[in-house]
Design a binder for this molecule. Sequence first.
Ligand SMILES: [Zn+2]
Length: 243
Amino acid sequence: MTEQLRPMPTDWRRALAVVAHPDDLEYGCAAAVAAWTDGGREVAYLLATRGEAGIDTLEPERCAPLREQEQRASAAVVGVSRVEFLDHRDGVIEYGLDLRRDIAAAIRRHRPELLVTLNHRDTWGGVAWNTPDHRAVGRATLDAAADAGNRWIFPELTEQGLAPWSGVRWVAVAGSATPTHAVDATVGLERSVRSLLAHRTYLEVLTDQDPEEYCRTFLTGHVEASAERFGGRPAVTFELFAR
Ligand SMILES: [Zn+2]
């Protein structure tokens, strides 16, 4: 029998999802977010960029406000009203102290028990190469979970009034080729389709398919692919790093 994924922990109140680009969470995670907010949990989004390099035919300065607006609409569909942007440059995010400090600062502001991020590894599995932005933000988020709790690593944050927060208990990595846990996607699936669909400008450039059909086909296939490892239920999968 295929090894089964365990249910994600539910004994928490606040989550912060940290990703590189608008649409990173909508390509697979939003159904889980919908289930969490349905259960009365608070989820906030932190995006390292505004995705301004994502559309070939649109200059970054025109693209950024548009994608920011679409991201906020997309978050609202799954019950997320707090969406913040760090203003790193799309496509050339550097892993390093600046990124770790920015994420640690956000963790101290939001005080989450659960962090969510996107695949930090070189590939999506096999030979499907990941992007440098995803790798940088994923790794920095895993690191910042500890940075946020140590007053001596970024003392300038304490001087800015951000007290250390060592309450992060897990970092859940979405899009991992080696998942360990899952959330049942049944209830949130339809909203996850509408959440991805909110990235209308991006999708219209990406595909000639009807946007709604594209979103539904992609997301349904995605959650059904993991069902055999989650008791037959469609699943949003995570690799969970406990702390
Ligand atoms: Zn991305």
